[in-house]
Design a protein around this ligand. Structure first.
Ligand code: PGA
Length: 254
């Protein structure tokens, strides 16, 4: 945790979710009781096809929604793409950009991620900019250098704590059940905070939420969320079960 930062737990449903899964969002809303509301923000990022319906189901719950990616372009002849304004129009407040699955499977580079994050901010969305090293990069001792380079290339200039969220997700920890040691998470998040201070200024950096992501579940959340400079979680698999997602939120708000 970081002093004076309200943590955020965001669920990334990835390419999972048909209409039947709206029940997950409703169950999360039911479990987001006043005690939890006081201490932690929640967001659900369903597939774009469900964004409007999930946002509608969450009206009045104070749970935000988000997209999982957006186009860097405003509008026009980009068949199949979804713009940031469309996500906002569907009820989203956030959008994940630069997830490692986008970087790896779709060849997105830092410059692409930067353009998407800027498009998000222009549409009044808060981008959740993902960064993280591969297993080989960690073993080569390059994890921090890789993440700093991604931050430099991806984060829009002039971002503030109100307009930017960063998510550190080691690629090798995503969907694998593996997590870094608490010491490694502490080192990385401190390094990210230092780099944010360099990029955005010493007064801005302490207000930017830096989430940890990669195999977060109720059983390891308290330990991970207790690390200095960890201001919440980006949750994949466990966000598809309302009880698990709420369990992580409780660990974060504790
Ligand atoms: P995971 O995914 O929680 O299933 O590891 C995290 C993510 O990809 O954001």
């Amino acid at each position: 945790m970081t002093n004076n930062i309200r943590p955020l737990v965001a669920g990334n449903w990835k390419m999972n979710g048909l209409k039947a899964e709206l029940a997950i969002a409703s169950a999360v809303a039911q479990g987001y009781e006043p005690g939890l509301r006081r201490s932690v923000d929640l967001a659900i990022c369903p597939p774009a096809t469900l964004l409007f319906a999930v946002s509608a189901a969450l009206i009045g719950s104070r749970i935000a929604t988000g997209g999982q990616d957006c186009s860097a372009h405003e509008s026009g002849a980009y068949t199949g793409e979804v713009s940031a304004a469309m996500l906002a129009d569907s009820g989203a407040q956030f959008v994940i950009v630069g997830h490692s699955e986008r970087r790896t499977l779709h060849g997105e580079r830092d410059a692409d991620v930067n353009a998407k994050a800027e498009a998000a901010q222009a549409a009044q969305l808060v981008p959740i900019v993902c960064v993280g090293e591969t297993r080989a990069e960690r073993e080569a001792g390059k994890a921090l250098a890789v993440v700093k380079k991604q931050l430099r290339g991806s984060i829009p200039q002039g971002s503030t704590g109100a307009t930017l969220v960063v998510a550190y997700e080691p690629v090798w920890a995503i969907g694998t059940g593996l997590t870094p040691t608490v010491a490694d998470v502490a080192d990385m998040h401190a390094g990210i905070r230092t780099e944010l201070a360099r990029l955005l200024g010493k007064s801005v950096a302490p207000g930017v939420r830096v989430l940890y992501g990669g195999s977060v579940k109720p059983s390891n959340a308290a330990e991970l969320m207790g690390v200095a400079n960890v201001d919440g979680a980006l949750v994949g698999g466990a966000s598809l079960k309302a009880e698990d997602f709420l369990g992580i939120a409780r660990a974060c708000g504790a």
